[in-house]
Design a protein around this ligand. Structure first.
Ligand code: CP
Length: 338
């Protein structure tokens, strides 16, 4: 099994979980745990990012991730610039990279990017000098979402190894499913993707082996946690140009909606997760979303702590890089040789 001893964090970018080691993920989770007392803002957080500037470069809609990164950065003392794609010069054909470079020229420590194109955060990380954090790129990765899911599971279930997590629904279009698979497997747990055949197609980009099932009722008895995914109607046309995904909603509910009766089939003490936003009454009933097994709002609170940790660590790595690149002064050279 992969080594889970926390590993030193040296990256100025957080682009995904696929490339991280188990030790790095554990380090991020442990750091987030320490920020949890400050996550609701009721206790003043240490001003680790005082004087820093962070850009929220969101080119896709968001409620939780944008708000969570904003609160995390501001509570640590940073100034946050909100970029709104719909009223920006992207509308006048400026490229994403020119946009980012121009704003960086005004002074930035980190860019948080959400974009509809897979790999956009990676291209941005090549083009700018500041830290880059991926807030979701198409159906590729959403690393801070998976980290907050892992933190919520660790809290509610007491561990992150030896778990079986059912990830249910629109896997095909889900960056959350992918990032969770990478994180869970590295930490010694299992993930089973569950959904109708059309949502279990188009997963060829995933290089990590995964389990899958089209039978939710059969999969549930082995699950310690059930992560319900939103049906991403807005991506069906875009990602499946050959006519999109034709989903019969009544059949979908019959086979895959998480009801209280269904949830009773999962392991005793199983928890329910959902990254949001929820299609209430489609993938999950109100009774389950708001019921005692639901960890959905706890996930959101964990998200602020995760974003405090990832921003602090990535900007810390950036500072370290700047320091290492500075020419040595005569006195520091003398100090080294004496
Ligand atoms: N979970 C998540 O990414 O939610 P938002 O789209 O509201 O940011």
């Amino acid at each position: 099994m992969a080594k889970k001893t926390p590993a030193k964090w040296t990256r100025k970018h957080l682009l995904g979980l696929e490339d991280l080691s188990a030790g790095e993920i554990t380090h991020l989770l442990n750091a987030a745990e320490k920020f949890l007392p400050y996550a609701t803002g009721r206790k003043a957080a240490p001003q680790r990012l005082k004087g820093r500037t962070v850009l929220n470069l969101f080119c896709e809609d968001s409620t939780r991730t944008r708000t969570s990164f904003t609160l995390a950065a501001e509570r640590l003392g940073a100034r946050v610039i909100q970029f709104h794609a719909a009223t920006s010069s992207l509308k006048k054909n400026e490229t994403l990279l020119d946009t980012a470079r121009n704003i960086e020229a005004m002074g930035l420590d980190a860019i948080i990017i959400r974009h509809a194109d897979r790999g956009a955060p990676h291209a941005l990380a090549q083009a700018v000098a500041c830290a880059v954090l991926n807030a979701g790129d198409n159906a590729h990765e959403h690393p801070t979402q998976a980290l907050l899911d892992l933190l919520a599971m660790r809290h509610r279930l007491g561990r992150l190894d030896g778990l079986m997590v059912g990830i249910v629904g629109d896997i095909r279009h889900s960056r959350v499913a992918r990032s969770n698979l990478y994180g869970l497997k590295k930490l010694g747990s299992r993930a089973i993707f569950v959904g109708p055949p059309l949502f279990l197609e188009g997963l060829d980009d995933i290089r990590t082996p995964f389990e899958k099932s089209t039978d939710l009722d059969a999969a549930l008895p082995q699950c310690d946690a059930v992560m319900m995914l939103r049906v991403q109607f807005e991506r069906h046309e875009r990602n499946v140009p050959s006519g999109g995904v034709a989903l019969n909603l009544e059949n979908y509910k019959r086979g895959y909606q998480l009801t209280a009766k269904r949830l009773a089939r999962a392991k005793p003490g199983a928890i329910v997760l959902h990254p949001g936003p929820i299609n209430r009454g489609l993938e999950i009933t109100d009774e389950v979303a708001d019921g005692p097994a639901s960890a959905i709002l706890h996930q959101v609170t964990c998200g602020v702590a995760v974003r405090m940790a990832t921003l602090s660590l990535c900007i810390g790595a950036l500072d370290h890089q700047h320091k290492a690149a500075r020419p040595k002064t005569r006195s520091s050279k003398r100090g080294r040789t004496s």
